[in-house]
Design a protein around this ligand. Structure first.
Ligand SMILES: [Zn+2]
Ligand SMILES: [Zn+2]
Length: 296
């Protein structure tokens, strides 16, 4: 039934490279210089429909996205889009009927939207919206644009504090482990409750939701923690950081701590200082001169 793929391949790039005019002749080709005139044939429609189909059901929308002329041409060549889908073997050839009375989705049994469409209104709209007759599945957990994990937890006490079915996973983990509170801010000790507290990732990794990595933080501490984490991220990005005694700072921060300029600090190893000596020795008369005093 599938025309053995001689007319068109399902190669999306090849299809995207060619644009067809509504009457069905090839209008222009931006990338391919091949003068090969691809005409709309039944075989071509069927193989394109098969390429566009997902999960055995060819939706109008999927076909349109695959090739904007496909639904129109399919209707013209096969009488209706659904009939073309049937011909392509996409909606179970065994119960294929030219006209539909009832929705073809198992256990639905509602009358079809119109005789040329194999779905009832509900299933038709689902196929229109997301290309499947099944209910749209919301993922249990997904990564929010902020980088935190968001969980679907309509029954959780935290979700019920606000009107959505979702809650950040780190808050759920903290709640399930520590309960209703109240708590104290891990950083300043101020009393906090679920109404105002933040759950802070100690190591700064937003999706590391192990309980050992989570602490309660008041809004104020959470703000400076954010800045701290941004600094960490910046250091990791620039790669100009020095780790010493378990502390990771960039050159200018180490320099500020020691009380010298960054360029003076950079000069210390060049002058043969060990890292330990360079990072622990404050400004001294014997050390290398700072930028301001030395080079000018
Ligand atoms: Zn239905
Ligand atoms: Zn605090």
């Amino acid at each position: 039934m599938n025309g053995s793929g001689t007319q068109a391949t399902g190669n999306p790039s090849a299809i995207n490279a060619i644009r067809y005019s509504p009457v069905g002749t090839m209008a222009a080709s931006e990338t391919s210089a091949s003068p090969n005139k691809a005409r709309w044939t039944s075989e071509r429609v069927l193989s394109l429909l098969q390429a566009a189909s997902q999960h055995g059901i060819c939706s109008y929308q999927a076909a349109y996205q695959h090739h904007s002329s496909l639904p129109t041409v399919a209707r013209r060549l096969f009488g209706s889009f659904a009939a073309a889908c049937h011909a392509a073997g996409l909606i179970g050839a065994s119960d294929a009927r030219p006209q539909y009375v009832l929705c073809t989705v198992p256990d639905c049994g509602l009358p079809t939207r119109s005789s040329g469409i194999p779905f009832c209104e509900k299933h038709y709209m689902r196929v229109r919206r997301h290309g499947r007759t099944g209910k749209h599945q919301v993922p249990e957990i997904y990564v929010h644009s902020s980088g935190y994990l968001l969980a679907y937890a309509p029954q959780h006490p935290l979700s019920q504090r606000h009107s959505t079915n979702r809650e950040y996973q780190h808050r759920i983990v903290y709640y399930d482990h520590h309960g209703e509170g109240p708590f104290r801010c891990h950083w300043c000790g101020k009393p906090v409750s679920w109404n105002d507290m933040h759950v802070d990732h100690v190591n700064g990794i937003k999706d590391d939701n192990q309980i050992a990595n989570l602490v309660a933080a008041c809004p104020k501490c959470n703000t400076w923690r954010d800045q701290e984490k941004n600094l960490l991220a910046l250091r990791a990005k620039t790669g100009r950081h020095i780790t010493f005694n378990g502390e990771c700072r960039c050159v200018s921060e180490w320099a500020r701590l020691i009380g010298i300029t960054p360029s003076a600090l950079r000069e210390r190893p060049i002058n043969g200082w060990t890292v330990e000596r360079a990072l622990t020795t404050p400004r001294s008369k014997t050390g290398p001169q700072s930028d301001r005093a030395g080079h000018r």
